[in-house]
Design a protein around this ligand. Structure first.
Ligand SMILES: C[S@@+](CC[C@H](N)C(=O)[O-])C[C@H]1O[C@@H](n2cnc3c(N)ncnc32)[C@H](O)[C@@H]1O
Length: 390
């Protein structure tokens, strides 16, 4: 999509490599407002093309499937916010409880393992970065944090995340990135290198990446490895052997990952978390069809699809599906595609894998990360892992 250019300041303009950017390109790619830079790797046109490709592939496959990425338009993000407050949805409360209790400890660990501490804080799938405020405050308290890079597919949520971060920390550079973490991690601003740290400069060069909310569980194992490897390649130390700091030497920038994962538990509780009694998750699931109707000229009848949440014990994940309640067809004008559904036929819209510590450790190790610390909430519903880039 967009090109990869060397990192400079928070007001950097990135351009398509193939041609000189037009003023319209620039306006679409970078929008600075009130000290917040928003960098777009998914312009509206690119987003539409990516959605079209995913939908054509997914709805012509057997069985039918759509990636959860497209849940998150403004209404989807708002509905997800409501889900996080539901009595059945323990995940957000559990992760917030860990962060409330452990944020100072996380930051102390980071100061010990990343020479000089953290100067760049990246958050993948940030949404509005609500829980993240606890971490931001603790990191800002070190006096080393220079920039915050929330990364999400939803530009609107990023704007809100950026405004809140700047309001709380006026000196912080906020460089939001609109992109797809399945393909744009190579375009993240690069860590500051030891060469960029001048003699006598004691500033931090370390990077912390947070990937919270259990979102990693929406990916299948090979996709998880691909994402975590791409991340490690982008932010991790370039030399084998991890961060170095010999006498008189600048340390190589190090990187750490704070990963939120939902833990294995009674399947009945898991299913209830994805099929709440108020029907908010059902509305969130069906909103995907609203996105297809609006963005691809679809004519899906939302009443023709029932929300389904099911536990798959073999894969150890929850599946969300939309089940056609009758034989029906839907037409997507932008794709000139008619999709037929039999009665009872399902479209899988999300998987949400559940983990234990060995599973997290394996996923991390397969992608060049080493588990360093592991924290859970008191009920052991959710875990936060601190991992170091090897
Ligand atoms: C489950 S929500 C978690 C939000 C927040 N991190 C939290 O913990 O509450 C998933 C977030 O990831 C974003 N997202 C989903 N797929 C994405 C993708 N492929 N690339 C970038 N962001 C994505 C969504 O827009 C949404 O904000």
């Amino acid at each position: 999509m967009t090109s990869r250019t060397p990192m400079s300041g928070a007001d950097t303009v990135r351009s398509p490599a193939a041609r000189t950017p037009t003023p319209a390109d620039v306006a679409a790619m970078v929008k600075a407002r009130g000290g917040i830079t928003i960098e777009r790797h998914l312009t509206d046109a690119q987003r539409a093309a990516a959605l079209a490709a995913d939908v054509r592939r997914g709805l012509t496959a057997v069985p039918k499937e759509l990636p959860p990425t497209w849940f998150y338009d403004a209404a989807g993000s708002m509905l997800f916010g409501k889900i996080t407050e539901l009595p059945e949805y323990y995940q957000t409360r559990a992760e917030r409880a860990i962060l409330s209790e452990r944020a100072p400890e996380v930051v102390a660990e980071l100061a010990a393992v990343l020479a000089g501490g953290v100067d760049t804080f990246i958050e993948l799938g940030s949404g509005i970065s609500d829980k993240t405020r606890l971490l931001l405050a603790a990191l800002a308290g070190t006096g080393r944090l220079r920039r915050f890079i929330p990364f999400d597919v939803d530009a609107e949520a990023l704007g809100r995340a950026g405004v809140a971060a700047r309001a709380a920390h006026p000196g912080l550079a906020v460089h939001a990135v609109v992109g797809d973490f399945r393909q744009h991690l190579g375009l993240l601003p690069a860590p500051r290198t030891s060469q960029q740290a001048t003699a006598g400069d004691r500033a931090a060069t370390g990077t912390l990446v947070a990937f919270l909310g259990g979102t990693i569980g929406n990916l299948r194992p090979p996709e998880r490895t691909e994402l975590l490897s791409a991340l490690r390649d982008r932010v991790g130390p370039r030399e084998q052997g991890g961060p170095r700091s010999g006498p008189g030497e600048h340390p190589e920038p190090g990187a750490a990952l704070l990963l939120g994962t939902d833990l294995l538990k009674d399947p009945a509780r898991l299913v209830a978390a994805y099929d709440d009694s108020a029907g908010v998750t059902a509305a969130f699931n069906r909103n995907l069809l609203t996105v297809l109707n609006r963005e691809l000229g679809g004519d899906f009848d939302l009443r023709g699809f029932a929300h389904v949440a099911a536990w798959d014990p073999e894969n150890r994940w929850i599946e969300m599906r939309l089940r056609s309640v009758r034989p029906q067809k839907a037409y997507l004008a932008a794709l000139d595609l008619t999709v037929s559904f039999e009665e009872g036929e399902e479209v899988r819209t999300e998987i949400s894998a559940k983990f234990d510590r060995p599973a997290v450790e394996r996923d991390l190790a397969a992608a060049g990360w080493r588990l360093h610390r592991w924290w859970t909430d008191p009920n052991e519903d959710f875990a936060l892992s601190l991992a170091l880039a090897l």
